[in-house]
Design a protein around this ligand. Structure first.
Ligand code: NAG
Ligand code: NAG
Length: 247
């Protein structure tokens, strides 16, 4: 419990981080920094950034499988290092053991030390793009299908809470719910539970020891329980508040 509170407190202190969930994708193509940025802006949200310790740790976890040094969304503008997304630049983990930054203008993650190096913007490297999403608590009561329709119409989708970072964010928002249970994008179909985002079901926050193997016909939609802070199977026709995601 203490850990959760500390995490929430840190998120609140940094403000911006409280509403954004970033997912990082290593791109297996070599491009200049600028071309990498264009690619990320076309196919994802932007080149990856991490503006506080929590985001940095999550970024490094997701980038751990990277095969090489990779551009990130960090460059010099008017002589000052900035996140190219325009986010407030706090501390940057330069690889001081290698005397970084040197005298170049674009930033990359150095594979072996997991710290930042600078490099000439026109050199070609692999790169890391990110998508950013944010959860919205909707105080309206709908069936699970109604919730899905509402989120797809007004936002982007029902929320998939597939990472611990997403869970933390959802729990910070569920306090505003008027129902004890809140619909999330988790459903039992064709013999298994799945996130409608297509994310893997790795995290396990079920109210039972594990995912309910053979839920009754009327217990095949999952909701987040505000009291126990777990996922629990409910009747899809039940009218509950909902958690949507903006991507
Ligand atoms: C990332 O976001 C873009 C734009 O919103 C979307 O088209 C794409 O499917 C997302 N990629 C992943 C892997 O979620
Ligand atoms: C750094 O990125 C910003 C934002 O995309 C851009 O305006 C600027 O020209 C870039 N600077 C360099 C040196 O490429």
């Amino acid at each position: 419990m203490k850990t959760t509170l500390t995490v929430l407190l840190i998120i609140q202190l940094y403000g911006l981080a409280s509403c954004a969930i970033k997912q990082h994708y290593f791109i297996d193509q070599k491009k200049t920094w600028y071309d990498a940025q264009q690619y990320c802006r076309t196919n994802y949200h932007d080149l990856s950034t991490f503006i506080d310790e929590i985001e940095e740790q999550q970024f490094l976890q997701e980038a751990v499988s990277q095969t090489s040094n990779a551009w990130i969304g960090l460059n010099k503008s008017s002589g000052t290092w900035k996140w190219a997304t325009g986010e407030v630049t706090t501390q940057i983990s330069w690889d001081t053991a290698y005397d970084q930054p040197n005298d170049d203008d674009c930033g990359l993650l150095y594979k072996s030390t997991k710290k930042m190096h600078d490099a000439e913007c026109r050199s070609v490297f692999f790169f890391i793009c990110m998508n950013v999403s944010e959860f919205v608590m909707v105080q309206q009561s709908e069936s699970w299908e109604g919730a899905l329709e509402y989120c797809r119409h007004h936002h982007d989708d029902l929320a998939s809470l597939s990472s611990s970072r997403s869970m933390t964010d959802a729990l910070s928002k569920i306090t505003g719910a008027q129902t004890q249970y809140v619909w999330i994008g988790l459903r039992f179909l064709a013999g298994g539970w799945f996130w409608i985002s297509g994310d893997d079901l790795i995290l396990n926050v079920w109210s039972s020891a594990g995912p309910p193997q053979c839920p009754a016909q009327n217990q095949r939609c999952a909701a987040l329980d505000k009291n126990t802070q777990t996922w629990t199977p409910r009747d899809c026709e039940e009218k509950l508040n909902l958690m949507c995601v903006i991507q």
